[in-house]
Write a protein of this length. Structure first.
Length: 429
């Protein structure tokens, strides 16, 4: 009996390691898709365009950042619809058309004149036409494919946003400073096309919908068995859904308020645009390192404790940015914010699967993602508006400090992981 137990444990350990090696192609395609999709780099790129657009057209910083609010807000409304379509029909075609939609939107932005409404319309096109390239498409595919290494697989996938955070700010600044903001937007339009070949070759999500459930084999392996999970109604009846939504909203108001405004905030404090872009790139490195570390920890420890530790770290970053940071302390602040950003989307995907299951993951994640979209839309313009109003970003950093403290600690009240029993499985016919 003891020998059988040891053999079973060894087999389970081997299966854990095999999951990542067997599914690396899906992870690679998903990481590139999420990094260069509709929300992967929008907030990282806008900082390079704020002052050039303001000088040419007289737009305020808040007006330029309003494009993010307008576009991401529409993307948030689209996310639940995309989630339902993915649960029903699968995500491959939806993701491919979404990447092409992002390219169309940024090409529209490159043709903007002094008409602010048209500029907003271009960002709306990025969000709506590109909605299928949002996180729900990629995380749903990975969460369904991986079970024992789900935390690490999601971390690797969502590290695509960290890659974008490293590459896009200096890339955008380089294009804008040397060729102008119009060429800068054309350069952004090319990024989804870089991801597209990998998606075409490697992104084959598991089948979704009733037909997939009926075709699923009976298995003791949770990764291959029919998916379990709550309905959307059951999920929204749970306090965990609303607690998770509150935490997401608070964190994303703070994170996306700071990140796209970091370049102008640092230039106000005497940094050159290139130095400020270099500081923001550190955010991307930190995001990737934190995300991989968190993914490893989530597979081994209680997730809310891991989350609370990382999500409260930007409090120190805000204290640094309120003062007069030098290059070294600005890098520390950027790294701390990156660590929290590295956690948030990873934790949203992981907690959605853990607390609500896979069966209706797209629907539930899509509705929770509206918190991300609302925070990502409101944060940049609110921070820029406070800057225009007060002549400094310090008031914004003070508000972000409170948001990080509340959003980071509230996650502890999610409680233990529920047992999603066999009763939640759709019946095979």
């Amino acid at each position: 009996m003891e020998l059988n137990d040891k053999i079973e444990k060894a087999l389970h350990a081997e299966q854990k390691d095999h999951e990542i090696s067997a599914g690396w192609r899906l992870i690679l395609a998903s990481a590139l898709g999420i990094g260069f999709g509709s929300v992967g780099f929008a907030t990282y790129a806008i900082g390079a365009f704020i002052d050039p657009l303001g000088k040419e057209f007289g737009w305020s910083r808040a007006e330029v950042q309003g494009a993010i609010a307008f576009g991401v807000g529409l993307g948030g409304f689209a996310a639940p619809i995309i989630g339902m379509l993915i649960d029903r029909y699968g995500g491959r075609s939806i993701a491919i058309y979404g990447l092409l939609g992002v390219t169309v939107g940024y090409l529209m932005a490159s043709t903007a004149g002094g008409n602010l409404c048209y500029f907003y319309l271009a960002y709306a096109a990025v969000a709506v036409l590109g909605a299928g390239s949002g996180p729900v498409s990629w995380t749903r595919a990975v969460a369904a494919r991986f079970d024992r290494r789900r935390g690490l697989a999601l971390a690797l996938t969502l590290s695509g946003t960290g890659m974008a955070a490293i590459v896009v700010p200096p890339y955008a600044v380089l294009l804008v400073e040397n060729f102008g903001w119009r060429v800068g937007y054309v350069g952004l339009a090319c990024l989804p096309l870089f991801a597209l070949p990998f998606v075409l070759l490697f992104f084959f999500p598991a089948k979704s919908g009733p037909a997939a459930a009926a075709a699923a084999p009976v298995s003791t392996d949770a990764a291959s068995a029919p998916p379990t999970g709550l309905t959307l109604k059951q999920a929204t009846s749970s306090y965990r859904f609303w607690l998770l939504l509150f935490s997401i909203l608070a964190m994303y108001l703070g994170i996306t308020g700071i990140v796209p405004n970091l370049i102008p905030a640092l230039t106000d404090k005497g940094f050159t645009p290139s130095a400020a872009a270099a500081v923001q790139s550190v955010y991307g490195f930190s995001l990737i390192v934190a995300r991989l570390g968190i993914g490893w920890l989530l597979d081994r420890f209680w997730g809310p404790a891991v989350a609370a530790l990382v999500l409260t770290s930007p409090v120190m970053a805000c204290l640094i940015l309120i003062g007069e940071p030098n290059y070294a302390t600005a890098i520390i602040a950027s790294a701390l914010i990156g660590a929290a950003a590295g956690a948030e989307l990873d934790l949203l995907a992981f907690f959605t699967a853990r607390y609500f299951g896979i069966r209706n993951y797209g629907r539930i994640y899509g509705f929770l993602y509206t918190g991300v979209a609302f925070g990502a839309g409101l944060g940049p313009v609110a921070f820029a508006y406070l800057s225009d109003l007060t002549g400094s970003y310090n008031a914004s950093f003070q508000g972000a400090l409170v948001l990080f403290a509340l959003g980071g600690t509230s996650i502890l009240f999610l409680g233990r992981y529920p047992n999603l029993s066999a009763e939640t499985r759709p019946a095979n016919h």
